[in-house]
Design a protein around this ligand. Structure first.
Ligand code: ZN
Ligand code: ZN
Length: 82
């Protein structure tokens, strides 16, 4: 079973049903952002704290992302040799 093409998203502000690729709620006009769950890769409203599919924390993923970019920056920095 892999019927993920028919996912339904709800506006976190007014609860209206949104299109998957919508950036603004057509009902209340608020900006709606979607994030991909780092665990199950499914899209959901960015303001949620936890993935509605697998229950993993979405806030944690942002932190991990930050750490990753930090590591990248460190790797980019050329080592100074004297
Ligand atoms: Zn709305
Ligand atoms: Zn998930």
């Amino acid at each position: 079973m892999s019927d993920s093409s028919h996912e339904i998203f709800h506006c976190p502000y007014c609860g209206a049903i949104l299109q998957k690729n919508a950036h603004y709620c057509s009902s209340c006009g608020k900006e709606v952002k979607f994030v991909e769950c780092p665990s199950c890769k499914r899209l959901q409203v960015a303001s949620s704290n936890f993935c509605r599919y697998c229950g993993k924390s979405l806030k944690l993923s942002a932190k991990v992302k930050k750490n990753l970019s930090k590591l990248k920056n460190l790797a980019k920095k050329p080592l100074k040799k004297e």
